[in-house]
Design a protein around this ligand. Sequence first.
Ligand code: AMP
Length: 178
Amino acid sequence: MAVSIEAQAQLRRVIAEVPNYPKPGILFKDITPLLGSSPEFALAVVGMITPWRDAGITHVVGVESRGFIFGAPVALGLGAGFVPVRKPGKLPRTVLREAYALDYGTDSLEMHSDALHAGHRVLIVDDVLATGGTAFAASRLVQNAGAVVAGYTFLIELPALGARKLFNGARIESLLTY
Ligand code: AMP
């Protein structure tokens, strides 16, 4: 873990749990109180950066939309570029596209086809690792562009959903597990 037990407790205090949102059976992790509290927002971003400081990351991929909030400061902290992966129809130029499953629905993700190429080492960032479908689709976009996925960094991981088996032993760092 990249942050102490005390820091984990501090972060948990500003993550609200909302039952049955956005649909029955989902316990939604609401990070907006964390974002609104500068000490914990900073603690989260630094914690997501720390394990990757010496990993030679050239680019951070953030998944729309909460992956943008964490991905952009993580990229700046690592001296890496930031690449947005977006919902369909949002990017103005030629895109690569991948379908994926959420634990509450299905969708597709797009990335500009010229955003990454061979020689780039990419860190994929999002707020929550649930089923892993979103991050796995992002990893396919990165690989289809010819770049390498160095690993993944999340604020929250829900290990009961078993996402790690999708990623074949890839390096995944999460600050909190629920
Ligand atoms: P998944 O593809 O199942 O790993 O889902 C990850 C995406 O869905 C992330 O972008 C999360 O923001 C969102 N998500 C999934 N489950 C939850 C949850 N229980 N609480 C908050 N966000 C979630």
